[in-house]
Design a protein around this ligand. Structure first.
Ligand SMILES: [Zn+2]
Length: 381
């Protein structure tokens, strides 16, 4: 993995490069970034750079013997640790290294759900067990074989139980030329004892614009489709890549059509709409609802006179402006609450037909009868 393969994050890349050229590489670092920011990819690119035999000013060379091994994640001085589902008490991350290489090389932006898909996991709890902690200590007690550094990348230290304390000594006083790179998403779920012993590298969320450009350049998306996905996923590239695989029928048209039907209270057409929702699949339903929530939020901004904060593509902005004729702030708020509740229930496997019919009826009530879904109370204007 080279820096140039990673989307955005120019500031972090420069900071990491500087730490090497200025010879101040800390032996224990915590890359902390939200899902889809690329923090794991950055950790691997950084490790590759440190080991590269022909470092360029802004990246590893990509072709030396070390880089070639890194490209396959098969360098003898590169180690990984990550949550897994132990079938036997002696299972360690090494048991699943083949799956790990396949998963990361397939998608360096993977999340725990993606990783779970590579393991025969069922509903078991992922963690980094004590056997793995002992394995880490053992691996790091050897000198590097080929490179200047021996590097361990530990993905999601949030899943280290109290057993993680077994690692404290080795994090604090590692062997010479040994580096520990932790890659985490939630600072408050990491053992404090570990947190206090690492240097923090904060990886920010990507800008929607960067995600959009990437989708256009690397995934042949049209300007409109890329804008919509980038907007919906709010800079989370992991989620954007997942959405690419879904049915890309425009959520915007679908959502506006649905609201129109509810507004004109056309029962039969609403019913056939509900049928088509039910066939969409759960991920698609969730994305659709999330789109609806975001769109209503933008309408609220328009109504509140904060049009300068609205960042919808031109066509959608036009519809949003029309929509403000039939909506007011309180109606919008109630619709949004209904959509959020529906999202919650989709996640919990509610029957989609019953659910979407119910939401439609509630929206009809809100738009036409001006009553709050609970029933009797009028929506104040
Ligand atoms: Zn190289």
């Amino acid at each position: 993995m080279q820096f140039k393969e990673i989307v955005g994050q120019a500031g972090i890349k420069q900071r990491l490069l500087n730490s090497v050229t200025e010879n101040r590489v800390s032996h224990a670092q915590l890359f902390l970034g939200p899902e889809g920011s690329g923090s794991l990819a950055l950790a691997v690119a950084y490790a590759q750079y440190l080991s590269c035999e022909d470092k360029q000013p802004d990246d590893s060379c990509g072709v030396c013997s070390s880089c070639r091994k890194y490209n396959k994640l098969m360098h003898p001085d590169l180690h990984f640790s990550y949550p897994f589902f132990a079938k036997h008490k002696d299972d360690t991350a090494l048991t699943f290294i083949e799956q790990w290489r396949e998963a990361f090389l397939g998608n360096p932006y993977m999340n725990l759900d993606t990783w779970r898909g590579y393991l025969d996991a069922e509903n078991k709890q992922a963690n980094i067990n004590i056997a793995e902690c002992h394995q880490i200590i053992k691996k790091l007690s050897f000198k590097p074989f080929e490179s200047a550094y021996k590097i361990l990348i530990l993905w999601l230290p949030e899943y280290l139980d109290k057993e993680g304390n077994a690692l404290l000594k080795i994090i604090e006083e590692p062997q010479p030329n040994t580096l520990f790179i932790l890659v985490a998403q939630n600072q408050d779920q990491i053992l404090n004892t570990i947190l206090s012993r690492t240097q923090l590298v904060k990886v920010p969320c990507l800008h929607s614009q960067e995600v959009k450009q990437y989708l256009i350049a690397e995934h042949n998306q049209t300007e409109d489709a890329a804008s919509e996905i980038a907007y919906l996923t709010n800079g989370n590239l992991t989620e954007a890549l997942t959405m690419l695989q879904l049915d890309t029928k425009s959520y915007h048209e679908l959502f506006v059509q649905w609201l129109r039907l509810c507004f004109s209270n056309k029962g039969l057409e609403v019913l056939s709409f509900v049928d088509s929702f039910a066939k969409m699949g759960r991920e698609n339903q969730k994305n659709f609802l999330r789109y609806g929530i975001s769109f209503i939020r933008e309408c609220c901004l328009l109504m509140a006179g904060a049009g300068n904060l609205v960042h919808l593509p031109a066509k959608e902005l036009e519809t949003a402006q029309k929509m403000t004729n039939v909506l007011d702030l309180s109606k919008a708020q109630y619709i949004s609450t209904e959509l959020e509740k529906a999202h919650y229930h989709v996640e919990r496997n509610a029957n989609p037909k019953i659910l979407f019919l119910d939401v439609s009826l509630q929206i009809i009530k809100i738009l036409n009868l001006k009553t709050i879904p609970a029933g009797s109370q009028y929506i104040p204007n």
